[in-house]
Design a protein around this ligand. Structure first.
Ligand code: SAM
Ligand code: SF4
Ligand code: F3S
Length: 444
């Protein structure tokens, strides 16, 4: 019987994309995917270090996996991702049964390490390594493909561990990005999401030596044959240009959705976070975006309880949320991360205060999200079908250009099969919920 592998992916889309590479490497070596961790020959934990809780989770999951390995010594345990990079030696010390520790920049050494995995544990954790190109990848089923445009981050926001785990920022060449997009579309992915910690600082150089910025790159990718939708994440407000907003308005495949982390609504907190923009600058971007694309969806990341955040400063974040009216927000309590500047700040906000602030903001945002989705009811939206809805399989699910989830009943049409993943349909919105709406297919 063929040996199998199981990957548990935590964290952000960068890790999801890395898991596809890890899957590709394992498949090249003859392993087949399995959903059953208990029988897998190779178990991969692709870890996230951005907050404390997921890090604890990694060590508790590893405890269980090591017990499995005690019964099945032929098992190979791989720890990948940002925790692997953050604490490579810790794994050796705390969990000696781990075979391979591999940071996000070192995946080119993974195949060799797996071949040797019977001997000493391998630690591959060097963030100075140049990004390898051409590694195999095995993408999960779906309509969207993630394509990296930059690796790493140079911003060193005071609270953030990512520059330490992912290394310095590096842009891929436009040709490489274009080739991967083409390959993904040809493999049946009509939607592509370009990934970078700060896509707006993308600086590529093409084969002729010409500099290509992010809006230029969007224009290049937009022209890919067969591409229906183009998304990107994450935009840093300090580097977002009007040229980008013009490109979003003008390029047909680029979707009307901007994920623009605000992090805080108060200028002093923003300055101490090292974000390098003010609230007024941020508001200016949103105004310019909404002038160009009145129906654009805006989403954000925000943090409450950053060291020294006063009640008044938090209230300015609340007021910003009321003013901006985000479609959706990822909301976090500040967490100390080892080695970051903010972890050395002294005026820490007590946990119960952080929790209360988070709850207040979540309640406000949930109300706004619902109201925004209610405002869509009665209208018809273009939806890219992702597949059947798991809860009620007679229905389908998909996303609008603004990234709202649409769960809908397809119309029976003579001589037409039920729409399938990758098809574009029109859906009338009938009932709102937090992440989107339910509705019925409309035949034009
Ligand atoms: N590069 C993106 C940016 O600049 O916004 C986001 C990167 S980070 C992986 C995702 C989110 O996690 C951040 O936007 C921030 O809100 C949150 N985050 C990062 N460090 C954190 C910390 N120490 N405590 C709590 N939340 C944190
Ligand atoms: Fe972290 Fe800031 Fe870089 Fe985003 S831009 S990954 S928050 S350091
Ligand atoms: Fe992503 Fe977590 Fe690393 S959010 S970049 S996997 S620390």
């Amino acid at each position: 019987m063929q040996d199998t592998y199981f990957i548990d992916t935590m964290g952000c889309q960068m890790n999801e994309r890395d898991s596809e590479t890890i899957a590709g490497v394992l498949e090249d070596l003859g392993f087949a995917p399995t959903e059953d961790m208990l029988t897998a020959r190779v178990i991969v934990l692709n870890t996230c270090a951005v907050r404390e809780k997921p890090v604890h989770k990694v060590f508790s999951k590893l405890g269980g996996i090591c017990k499995l390995k005690a019964k099945r010594p032929e098992m190979i345990i791989i720890v990948a991702g940002c925790v692997a990079q953050m604490a490579p030696e810790e794994f050796r010390r705390r969990t000696p049964l781990v075979d391979i520790v591999v940071g996000p920049r070192n995946l080119s050494g993974l195949a060799e390490a797996i071949r040797e995995a019977t001997g000493e544990p391998s630690v591959l954790a060097d963030t100075s390594e140049v990004i390898p190109e051409g590694l195999p990848s095995s993408r999960e089923d779906g309509v969207n493909a993630f394509v990296n445009i930059t690796y790493g981050c140079d911003n060193f926001c005071a609270y953030c561990i990512v520059p330490y785990t992912r290394g310095r920022e590096q842009s891929r060449t436009p040709e490489r990005v274009g080739a991967e997009v083409k390959q993904a579309v040809e493999a049946g992915r009509p939607e592509v999401t370009l990934l970078g910690q700060n896509v707006n600082s993308y600086r590529g150089t093409d084969e002729e030596g010409k500099s290509v910025d992010f809006p230029d790159l969007l224009a290049l990718v937009d022209s890919a044959d067969g591409l229906k939708r183009l998304r990107f994440t994450t935009s840093h407000p300090k580097d977002l240009s009007l040229k980008l907003l013009d490109a979003m308005r003008d390029l047909p495949t680029v979707c009307e959705h901007l994920h623009l982390p605000i992090q805080a609504g108060d200028d002093e907190v923003l300055a101490r976070m090292g974000r390098k923009y003010t609230r007024a600058h941020y508001m200016g971007i949103l105004q310019a975006a909404r002038e160009r694309m009145p129906d654009i969806a805006i989403t954000t990341d925000v943090m409450v309880g950053f060291p020294g955040e006063t009640e008044e400063q938090f209230e300015r974040t609340v007021a910003a949320f009321e003013e901006i009216r985000y479609d959706q927000a990822f909301m976090f309590m500040y967490n100390d991360r080892p080695g970051t500047r903010a972890s050395g700040f002294e005026d820490k906000v007590p946990e119960p205060v952080k929790l209360a602030r988070l709850q207040q903001l979540v309640d406000i945002q949930n109300r706004i999200s619902r109201e925004k989705n209610e405002a869509l009811l009665g209208n018809t939206y273009e939806v890219l079908v992702g597949g059947p809805d798991l809860k009620s399989p007679s229905k389908l699910r998909g996303r609008t250009r603004t990234n709202k989830l649409a769960i809908f009943t397809p119309r029976p049409v003579p001589r037409r099969a039920v729409p399938a993943a990758g098809d574009m349909v029109y859906v009338r919105a009938e009932e709102a919920f937090l992440w989107g709406f339910t509705g019925t297919e409309v035949i034009e």
